[in-house]
Design a protein around this ligand. Structure first.
Ligand code: SAH
Length: 283
């Protein structure tokens, strides 16, 4: 049986010579790619990819030259400006360029900067959104980023800026007051300052917190903690990047929605973790 994935019949966009498609690869599990991403992988003759793009996804671009532009794994870091100019150069050489980024290219991925440089240099682009780790990664941990009984808003925030510091411009007190659920990207380095500021701003140390590492991959791990114990637990569990951090009562929903554990034969820990006693919704 030929089980190679074929795109459903439709007139799919053509990746033309001299174009750059800036595309999200999702959080890791190749099944979370979009059909537009698959269409792009099939046509590209060069793929410029980041550290968080999984190897299996790159195998789906057999015709393409692969260029690594990431910053992890002990390999030297490519400068953002150099990456953008490399894309301009490849496009000008008439290549069919796919710029593949982890998650969504416009969520803490500097996709906006790269796209802007391309447009400034007269290079035609297409943007292909992807599933961001802060939404899809948490879903694989059984954590809904919004839940009617918990929150009407959610804040996605980065734990450090370009300089590596916690972004001075972030109003942690405002976030602490205004957002019942907080999802932190790149938060491990400054976890102690972040949790301290949130507690000082009035959040309860007992508030649920989860770390989800390598979300959606086979190696995914989820560590449950609290705002007050997060620093200690991160050390004790030796939590490794990439990790997404979720703070708020939505984390408790994992006790009933941890579908990966259910899939492997475990029973849900608690069918009503928020103790709402809400009857099963009628049809
Ligand atoms: N554009 C990406 C985010 C890039 S910033 C997106 O939309 O998902 C890199 C940060 O994203 C990491 O430090 C981590 O906090 C988070 N991240 C990305 N992929 C992840 C994964 N598979 N598991 C856990 N965190 C992930």
């Amino acid at each position: 049986m030929d089980d190679s994935l074929s795109l459903p019949p439709k007139k799919w966009p053509e990746l033309k010579s001299g174009w750059v498609w800036l595309c999200g690869a999702g959080p890791g599990d190749p099944g979370l790619l979009t059909l537009h991403a698959l269409n792009a992988l099939r046509q590209a003759n060069v793929v410029v990819y980041d550290a968080l793009v999984s190897a299996e996804i790159l195998e789906w671009a057999p015709k393409a030259e692969l260029i690594y532009a990431g910053k992890r794994g002990g390999k030297p870091s490519a400068k953002q400006r150099d990456i953008s100019l490399k894309l301009v150069d490849l496009a000008r050489k008439g290549r069919k360029v796919l710029r593949l980024k982890g998650g969504d290219p416009f969520v803490f991925g500097r996709g906006g900067e790269e796209a802007q440089t391309l447009v400034q240099h007269g290079i035609p682009i297409r943007i292909i959104p992807g599933i961001s780790a802060g939404i899809g990664g948490l879903a694989y941990a059984g954590i809904p980023v919004t839940h009617r009984d918990v929150n009407q808003s959610v804040t996605f925030v980065t734990g450090h800026d370009q300089s590596g510091d916690t972004p001075g411009s972030i109003d942690w007190e405002g976030i602490a007051r205004g957002s019942q659920v907080i999802v932190i990207y790149m938060g491990m380095r400054h976890i102690s300052q972040i949790t301290e500021r949130l507690i000082l701003a009035g959040r309860e140390p007992s508030e649920p917190l989860a770390f989800v590492t390598s979300a959606t991959l086979e190696t995914q791990q989820v560590f449950e903690s609290t705002l007050g114990n997060a620093v200690e637990d991160a050390k004790a569990y030796k939590i490794k990047a990439p990790a997404i951090i979720c703070i708020g009562k939505a984390v408790l929903m994992r006790q009933v929605l941890d579908w990966k554990s259910i899939e492997s034969g475990q029973l849900p820990r608690n069918l009503d973790p928020l103790s709402r006693g809400r009857p099963a919704e009628s049809a």
